[in-house]
Ligand binder design. Structure first.
Ligand SMILES: Nc1ncnc2c1ncn2[C@@H]1O[C@H](COP(=O)(O)OP(=O)(O)OP(=O)(O)O)[C@@H](O)[C@H]1O
Ligand SMILES: [Mg+2]
Length: 327
């Protein structure tokens, strides 16, 4: 424990084992372990119903966990005073439409027990950060969806939090609005905050996150930096003129004819550069014309889809075994 103290201090979230079974026996979280380093943007990805919102509601003490081992900003999960150092934008949040943006953000400051002068100053500053200063005194009912989300970001930042938790911040926001929100997230990180981003939008998470966790059916299937997650999936794509020689399959490569043309693409999955050179030499020795060679990696989307298929397959196999035993 003592040996790990220094690294533990570098973690904004250190979840060791978090479970949640809702009444009705819905196993929303089945033993979540997750480490979120301070000062980074961390993306939690998962399909609908994976348990992402349940997890952030446990971190923010809105939902009572079934079991929870771990820490939030160094304090045990559920320690309410720590929430003064946490900012939170809930999913599907909705401000009262008759309040102005400024009033909404100030209200969040009041809930964080900020004193009035500080609350006012921070509200104005945060509305400026999210680009809503000019609209601050208009009613929320007149805002677009993107403007409402940006006002939500200002509210999540008003108490100057070390950790900002955002549940689907770009939900329903158009591409321009998403871009603006993305810039806000990067600005938060530049200010030294930790950003925890829940999303099912892969491309978006890929664009801003330093680290990513993929959650499926209440469990974290993978977590790490983008490079770590896609490290095992380096492959080389060699484009050639004409058909591929049959021996490439012996080397573990596959070939696909380019649509409408005389070219073929050879996919060679390896981390070994020498093996790639040997493949190229052999192709050239066989008189094959090479028109291009480039490195590819599995995208986050490919990895995500592969994990979803694996987990679904596993669930079906368990189900079939149970039915088999039952029969
Ligand atoms: N209050 C509740 N009572 C019972 N079951 C719930 C409750 N809230 C969530 N669930 C169930 O828990 C599981 C996880 O839900 P959760 O909202 O955490 O998923 P999510 O990953 O946030 O999904 P989404 O991407 O749709 O927001 C789902 O099966 C959901 O139906
Ligand atoms: Mg959710």
């Amino acid at each position: 424990m003592v040996a790990n103290a220094a690294t533990r201090d570098d973690l904004a979230l250190d979840l060791v084992d978090v479970t949640k079974t809702y009444s009705g026996k819905v196993h929303a979280l089945r033993g979540v372990a997750m480490q979120v380093p301070r000062g980074q943007i961390f993306g939690l990805l998962g399909p609908n119903g994976a348990g992402k919102s349940t997890l952030v509601k446990i971190i923010t003490t809105i939902v009572r966990p079934t079991t929870a081992r771990g820490t939030v900003l160094g304090a045990p999960i559920g320690h309410r005073p720590t929430l003064a150092r946490v900012g939170y934008l809930p999913e599907h949040h909705r401000f009262p439409q008759y309040l102005t943006g400024r009033q909404c953000v100030e209200f969040f400051g009041a809930m964080s027990l900020m004193r009035r002068p500080e609350r006012r100053a921070r509200t104005a500053a945060m509305l400026d950060v999210v680009g809503m200063a000019a609209w601050a005194d208009r009613r929320v009912g007149t805002y677009s969806k993107g403007m409402q989300q940006r006002t939500g970001l200002a509210a999540a930042l008003v108490n100057d939090p070390e950790l900002v938790i955002l549940d689907e911040p770009t939900d329903g926001v158009d591409p321009v609005g998403r871009r603006e929100i993305r810039d806000c997230l990067l600005a938060m990180r530049d200010q030294g905050r930790t950003v925890f981003l829940n999303s099912h939008l892969l491309g978006e998470v890929e664009l801003v996150s330093d680290r990513v966790a993929i959650m499926l059916q209440g469990k974290v299937e993978r977590q790490g930096s983008m490079a770590e997650l896609t490290h095992d999936s380096r492959s080389w794509r060699i484009a050639i003129e004409g058909a591929a020689p049959p021996w490439i399959s012996e080397l573990g490569a596959t070939a696909a004819a380019a649509p409408a043309g005389t070219r073929t693409t050879i996919d060679f999955k390896t981390d070994d550069l020498a093996a790639v050179q040997a493949m190229i030499d052999r192709l050239r020795a066989a008189g094959v014309s090479i028109v291009g060679v480039h490195e590819t990696r599995e995208s986050l989307e490919d990895l995500f889809m592969r994990l979803v298929r694996d987990v679904d397959g596993r669930a079906k196999a368990v189900g079939a075994a149970q039915i088999g035993r039952g029969g």
